[in-house]
Write a protein of this length. Sequence first.
Length: 277
Amino acid sequence: MSDPVPGGGARPIVRWAGGKTWLVPHLPSLLPRAGFRAYHEPFLGGGSVFLAIGHRGPAYLSDLNAELIDAYCRVRDDPEGVIEALRAHRNTEEEYYRVRSAVPLDPLARAARFIFLNRTSFNGIYRVNLEGHYNVPYGGRSKRFLDPENLRDVAARLQGASLQCADFDCVRLHLQPKDLVFLDPPYTVSHSDNGFIKYNSRLFSLDDQRRLSELLDFVRDRGAYYLMTNAAHPTIASLFEKGDRRLELKRRSLVGGRSANRGEVLEYVFTNVGADG
């Protein structure tokens, strides 16, 4: 069983909209006290929770973003190759658009391209046009995009992890009793008071939320643990009411540009990990 106290040490290598770094300080009170067997995360994104927990057992990580998963696979399997490929880039506007317009064939170069563009783009957004081409503008960030030691730490955490591009329902394939499933579906809490469901229908629809609720039923019936973040919206509260714990946590809003009004927003955390779990 895994040690339930966070202590991974590694930090995310990509910036990801909706990232859960803010949740990390709350993890000690949300994880099973007796530990858990395997870890599952089907909306991987930046992987901040996985990295913070520092799980030493089996891990099943997935996401629908194929470029993200490919980059993680290259980091896991050849971190030094990814580091060398990243060192070939420079954080300038000219370099950014040159890299954005190129599509390298080499897997290491593609991984480095993905990480470089993510770290130097505007607000860390991942967006493609109708032709499937990445079209986020340059962010003008002065911070470095390569931290070799942290990338090596992330690679070490990924050793032995299963990585796949898949729908979140893939959790059903490997789930065993006493496993932990962390779920962070796409949502926009800044719209929680004015049409969250309608606004988000193309990103993660209400039908997707219903399928996610059915997956939680499967997790509970299997005798496994779940921990899920979701929008603080009445429809979500009703859909995921299962007699388990529902917490309301505030975080600082990171939506918008430099001049945006970044106040506090509310998010729900659902879990079947009890006080004695």
